[in-house]
Design a protein around this ligand. Structure first.
Ligand code: HPA
Length: 264
């Protein structure tokens, strides 16, 4: 995507402090923000269009927790036949519009057998099992060629989410997110493998956006809604995933709000 498109897209968002990406079925999280405008993604130059159910394709602009925010209601995935650079384009637009913080949310399968469907997991770190990166090719302006990922998910923002969860009595797990390509769900052998690698949850998003954000110097926080747990004999469907995320909208909104309050 050309730098002209990126500049035009950033201009359309206006100056922002933070970007929030809402995953599958999580659009209702936007209700706690003060939304001034909902921009169809077709009005934002260069934005890839979602091709999967549960992702409307709007960017809500407004204020939340005293921050100027762009809330991406829906995202695209590499399994929709987009490159990870395309998947991460909203993060580049947000950075160009001035965002210093990225909050990512997603639906994920539980690998950790102590998790229960409907619980939230604060992402402590990730494993990139996609075999790709949004940083392939020439670095974009302002992009670090070899970004440091030792604290990809800011401990400061994680602490804010933890404190809010405790204050409100929200069960908040914390663990490692395994990013995979999908779109097929995992085989039992893959579940055992990802678990043995240290994964607590598995999903088909987030990793490209987080790598891109770190390469552009944004602080990141990530929260997964655990929609299903991979016990022996378990299986899942996209419908089950969407049904489960609905119940997590309210607690998730509180945690996003606390993260934005703590953000720069
Ligand atoms: N695997 C991968 N992605 C997912 C899952 C899962 O079990 N649940 C929700 N998104």
């Amino acid at each position: 995507m050309s730098e002209d498109a990126l500049a035009a897209a950033a201009l359309r968002l206006g100056a922002i402090d933070a970007a929030v990406i809402l995953g599958s079925g999580l659009g209702a999280v936007v209700a706690r923000a003060r939304v001034r405008e909902k921009v169809p993604i077709d009005d934002i130059a260069g934005m890839p269009r979602p091709r999967v159910a549960g992702h409307p394709g709007f960017v809500a602009l407004g204020e939340w927790s005293g921050k100027r925010v762009a809330i991406f209601m829906g995202r695209v995935h590499a399994y929709e036949d987009y490159t990870q650079r395309e998947v991460a384009y909203p993060v580049r637009v947000a950075a160009a519009a001035g965002a210093r913080t990225l909050v990512v949310t997603n639906a994920a399968g539980g690998l950790n057998e102590t998790f229960s469907p409907g619980e939230l997991m604060l992402i402590a770190d990730h494993l990139n099992f996609t075999n790709s990166s949004p940083l392939l090719g020439a670095p974009a302006p302002n992009e670090t060629r070899f970004p440091d990922l030792t604290e990809a998910y800011a401990s400061r923002l994680r602490a804010a989410a933890r404190a809010e969860a405790q204050r409100r009595g929200i069960t908040l797990r914390e663990g490692i997110y395994c990013g995979v390509l999908g779109p097929a769900y995992e085989t039992p052998a893959e579940v055992r493998f990802y678990r043995s690698a240290g994964g607590d949850a598995v999903g088909m998003s987030t990793v490209p956006e987080v790598i891109q954000a770190r390469a552009l110097g944004l602080e990141v926080a990530g929260i997964s809604v655990i929609t299903n747990v991979w016990h022996a004999g378990a299986s899942t469907t996209h419908e089950e995933v969407l049904a489960r995320v609905a119940g997590a909208v309210e607690p998730l909104s509180y945690l996003v709000e606390a993260i934005l309050t703590a953000a720069d």
